[in-house]
Design a protein around this ligand. Sequence first.
Ligand code: FAD
Length: 411
Amino acid sequence: MVSYDVLIVGAGHAGAQAALLLRQMKFEGSVGLLGDEKELPYERPPLSKEYMAGEKAFERILIRPANFWSERNVDMLLGKRVVKVDAQAHKVILSDDSEIGYGKLIWAAGGTPRMLSCPGSDCQRVFAVRRRDDVDAIMKILPDVEHVAVIGGGYIGLEAAAVLTKLGKKVTVLEALDRVLARVAGEPLSRFYEEDHRAHGVDLRTGAMVEALEGDNDNGNVTAVVLAGGERIPTDLVIVGIGIIPETAPLLAAGASGGNGVDVDAFCRTSLPDIYAVGDCAAHANKFAGGAQIRLESVQNANDQSKVAVSDIVGQPVEYDAVPWFWSNQYDLRLQTVGLSGGHDRVILRGDPAQRSFSVVYLKHGKVIALDCVNATKDYVQGRAHVLSGAALDQAQLANPAIPLKEVGLA
Ligand code: FAD
């Protein structure tokens, strides 16, 4: 049986970062990076942005070129899927029944897109946007596509809607809740993006419950989305952006504690010996969420948790306490988010959305807990310090865009 001192399962953002950091932190043992996609690790954010738009070739979104990994002696085990973990025997079992042993295991398996389960959900031309394969398949049929229905008004759905609109498609966004981005942002931001998409010609509907998909009897291609109430929205392509299910089944079956994600401690250790979990699949107590056990789906979290796991492995433990940040690009709008806005009790608007440059500041008990900054990088950079400090600030000054955030005084 082949064995690695550190085996990393999942060759995405977190897995690649862990492999890279092991070598950067002078780990000299053997490292295997195993993933079920056939590509070298690549950046996922461009999939719904520049890559889908055809503005960036795949080679430009690789996290590192092939020679980087070979020069650092990281074994790339691509196109392989772990189906079972034997924590006692320190080995994983792959879908072809082969086995790989490990000294330490880093589980960085991300998540699988949640898909529809309504009648007709097995139609052809219904895609998620999670992997390169998804986007390549979408791009391949785009010349035949006039209408696109995007189901889900989260960041990925909205980014895809923006790209496809720019490519000349007639896009309908169907969001079941009463506003887009409801899970991650405050109402002013949701309303701004709704209006902006509509101004670009997107037919954006909220409170739109999808009841069924209809397909062509001959080729099975989707032809319409049917809403509760019976309205039929003709479409040639459906993009589903309704979240992910964390990839944790082998670990949970092996006895790891978890539910929505694998539970990890402040050092990204699971409850199983010598097994760490990082990235989208790891549920951790986050101080920016008031200590609640959460999963974060962001490049920041994937990178920072990998650093924590690797630091522990090389004997330099540090606790995870990174400030969450995220970005989203839609049309000419660059959103930068810092902190976590969940649980806010007050929202302050800084600047004028009509000028397409403004920030939404989220407060809880008078303290800044997060900012959503649209084309407002200065606010994002300066607001970060306020999120970190947890100080109560003068709210009138916070609302005044003429006062730089770094100059806002205490309440
Ligand atoms: P992933 O990158 O998903 O990697 C997990 C890998 O493990 C995958 O390759 C998967 O196939 C593989 N795998 C799963 N199970 C197994 C198994 N059993 N055996 C072997 N391999 C397995 N974040 C931002 O911060 N900003 C953005 O703008 C942004 N945009 C995004 C746009 C899109 C379209 C998507 C999909 C994500 C975006 N994200 C963004 C989120 C970010 O990409 C993720 O948070 C990040 O990729 C998580 O890294 P990860 O390593 O945990 O998971």
